[in-house]
Design a protein. Structure first.
Length: 209
């Protein structure tokens, strides 16, 4: 009888410990993201993150061995959200873009809105602070460039034989423009972003149907 009771309680205790671990990990990442948004990258040290989360620094190191792992966890959140943003655009019931400029706007606008809402994302997305972050951005760009190629080809806005590399390069160029825009202004400099829209539309236009 006692053995059965112990066996029944074991998983419950483990579940409580696991849930507490998930909650602490989330609290650390939430605190880091808030510090990034409010005070910038240099201020969001592991010590400051632990203090913000109300978690001893030793416990912070239990969940994240260094600052880069925390940064990567934050950026994964944004990669997931931006993937959903692109899905919403690609499957939108809005009228089909009639020109490449309209298509560029349709793809740029929600991404720009996300960056403006989340300064923590811009702190990590463009600066190439660590290989883990660079790889996350690269993988995102490759996947979304593939989807954007399909989007444009299906709508006869670029020729079907357009190399997929063209869209990948467009994403790379777009990142550089956004990097400059958010360095010039925390909200993203509109003049730079307008230049980006025109540049991307003109470049893609060389592969128009």
């Amino acid at each position: 009888m006692f053995e059965k009771k112990s066996a029944a309680q074991g998983p419950t205790r483990r579940g409580v410990v696991q849930r507490r671990g998930v909650e602490r990990r989330r609290a650390i990442v939430d605190a880091a993201e808030a510090l990034l948004a409010e005070r910038g990258y240099e201020a969001a040290t592991l010590k400051a993150i632990g203090e913000r989360a109300g978690i001893p620094i030793a416990s912070v190191y239990h969940y994240f061995s260094d600052r880069h792992q925390v940064d990567a966890e934050i950026l994964r959140r944004h990669v997931d959200e931006l993937g959903k943003v692109f899905t919403a655009v690609l499957h939108s019931s809005a009228p089909t873009p009639r020109t490449l400029r309209e298509a560029v706007d349709a793809l740029v606008d929600p991404v720009l809105a996300h960056f403006r809402r989340h300064p923590s994302c811009t702190e990590l997305w463009f600066a190439g602070r660590h290989d883990m972050l660079v790889e996350l951005v690269r993988a995102f760009d490759e996947e979304q460039a593939r989807r954007a190629w399909e989007y444009l080809v299906e709508r006869n806005l670029v020729a079907a034989d357009t190399p997929r590399l063209v869209l990948l390069l467009a994403f790379e160029v777009g990142n550089r423009f956004l990097d400059v825009a958010f360095r010039r202004s925390p909200a993203g400099d509109d003049a730079v972003i307008d230049e980006a829209r025109g540049c991307l539309a003109a470049y893609l236009g060389t592969y128009g149907t």
